[in-house]
Design a protein around this ligand. Structure first.
Ligand code: IMP
Length: 190
């Protein structure tokens, strides 16, 4: 089958089938862990909405959702870790079990900030579900309670992840050819 944007991609890391299988496994685990607990999944806009929608449909216990949008300061290669909330939670998470849903954990600075931000709102608990993680890029210790896949230290796109707002609708996770962002400090949107 023809892969969308194929000429811009070097390696396909995870196929649609591999992603669907892993998401279903994560959903089963989350369903077992949160049985009888008020669960709210908090997705991080924009990249995590694809993963959030699939993961949520594979969860077999009652669950609600909320969305936050953040902006990070600094560039991709020298991210500052300073994060600003551009869109806050719509509902209170007090006494609820919060599951933060992230697309990819790179340095881990964004996630650390979000975990602290949620903890300050008196939830019953805070855990993290991330689709992808780049362990070699982590700069802080990150708590990944549910993880889809690890990826190498390369810029990846697809399944919600973009480069300059492109490639989000690619159904696979793939490495973007470096020449696509040559001359830029990787993504201009980070
Ligand atoms: P962190 O704070 O360095 O962990 O950055 C996390 C955010 O950077 C993710 O939510 C993505 O928006 C973005 N990001 C990091 N690596 C990639 C990548 O390889 N592809 C697309 N976006 C990425």
């Amino acid at each position: 089958m023809k892969v969308l944007y194929r000429e811009d991609l070097s390696t396909i890391l995870y196929t649609e089938t591999q992603i669907a299988t892993r998401v279903a496994e994560m959903g089963a685990q989350i369903s077992a862990d949160y049985d009888g607990k008020p669960l709210v999944m908090v997705g991080v806009l924009n990249g995590a909405v694809f993963f959030l929608a699939d993961l949520m449909r594979s969860i077999r216990v009652p669950v609600s959702m909320d969305l936050v949008a953040i902006s990070s300061y600094g560039s991709y290669s020298s991210t500052s870790g300073v994060v600003r909330i551009m869109k806050d939670l719509d509902e209170s998470v007090e006494s609820k079990h919060v599951l933060i849903v992230e697309d990819i954990v790179d340095t881990g600075l964004t996630l650390n900030y979000l975990v602290d931000y949620m903890r300050a709102r008196n939830p019953a608990s805070v855990k993290v579900a991330a689709m992808l993680s780049k362990p070699s890029r982590h700069r802080v210790k990150v708590q990944l309670d549910y993880l889809g896949f690890e990826v190498p230290d390369e810029f990846v796109v697809g399944y919600g992840l973009d480069y300059a707002q492109r490639y989000r609708n690619l159904p696979v996770v793939a490495v973007l050819k470096p020449e696509i962002y040559a001359g830029h400090d990787t993504p201009p949107n980070l």
